[in-house]
Design a protein around this ligand. Sequence first.
Ligand SMILES: Cc1cc2nc3c(=O)[nH]c(=O)nc-3n(C[C@H](O)[C@H](O)[C@H](O)COP(=O)(O)OP(=O)(O)OC[C@H]3O[C@@H](n4cnc5c(N)ncnc54)[C@H](O)[C@@H]3O)c2cc1C
Length: 335
Amino acid sequence: MSKKIAIIGGGIIGLYIGWKLSQKGDRVVLFEKKTETEADFKCCSGLVSERINNFIPLDDTFIENEIKSCKINFPKKQIELIFNPKHSALDREKVIRELIRLNKEAGTEIKFGYEIKEIPVGFDKLIFCDGANSLIRKSNNKKQFFRLGAQLVINEKNSNNFVETTYINSGFCWRIPRGDTIEYGIVSKPDILVSEFDSFLKSFNKSKSLGIYHSAVIPQPLSFNSLFFSEDKNVFLCGDALGLVKPWSGGGIIWNLTAADILLKNIDDSSKYKKELKRKFSWQILKGRISNSLVCFIGRRCPFLLPSKIIYDNDFPSIIKTLFRLIKKVKSANV
Ligand SMILES: Cc1cc2nc3c(=O)[nH]c(=O)nc-3n(C[C@H](O)[C@H](O)[C@H](O)COP(=O)(O)OP(=O)(O)OC[C@H]3O[C@@H](n4cnc5c(N)ncnc54)[C@H](O)[C@@H]3O)c2cc1C
């Protein structure tokens, strides 16, 4: 039977869920606090694997630059992660516009410029996709962990097919060639982000005054238990509101589209939504945290143990395969 569903937040995840539910025949009202002209902006690099096509039909016109690999710079070594599946730097604003179009076509009622301040009534289900500072998380006082992300886009042509990443004490910095522009970014602790970002930019002879600078908070999942679920069986959280991002990069798009599909399948049973998410992500979060710390530690202390190139699934990496490659490397170094 068709349900009346409210979605709070029209970022990529809210719009994806709204589109799918409207297509199925539910009556969907989506509330977005920004106006329609502002809606396309979010501080996000839009670097995603081609798995995005399993969710949203995007042709090449949505891609700013194809990214084959990520070069990680340690003080005495560079390792190259060859992305498998391939990655692209998407024109994220265009993706949001496309999702708005798909929603309108499917019949979603989108209320732009409408900030939800209290839990809406009169709906069969409520889905909170209102980002890292979700209203429902805040009102519940559950302790949350965040990092801060910032990006600076400079008008400079560069179509290299690799991203560069540098680990810093409290996070990491990146440089993404986007064709007509280059993006510099950082994920770090809020109190030291500005000074760390300045030093990273200086290493490329750049400064913040050269381009447009934006920042936003990123949830930091410590374990599956740090994600937030409502006790009301008709209230769901998804996206950054749930707190689900890749612990090693803060990337949330593919993981949350995967979570959104799990939600769509289990919208009549919130306990199954939680159970299935747990099955899919609890080990992913844990191993993401472990492998990230391990790679940072080895990269700084014994970089010779790391291979120069490694084929890497940046969404759902296998720790076994990575360890196996490391052991092979150590063995060959000892021969
Ligand atoms: C600097 C940076 C770089 C990133 N780079 C990548 C990347 O390369 N790849 C990747 O996969 N991920 C990346 N991420 C993470 C990614 O952006 C997020 O995981 C993703 O955007 C989450 O989507 P969302 O729809 O859950 O939330 P959001 O995109 O935050 O959308 C939430 C929406 O809800 C609206 N809203 C909030 N409160 C209310 C309210 N009370 N009423 C109505 N509307 C409300 C907001 O206006 C917003 O439009 C990056 C994040 C940052 C900060």
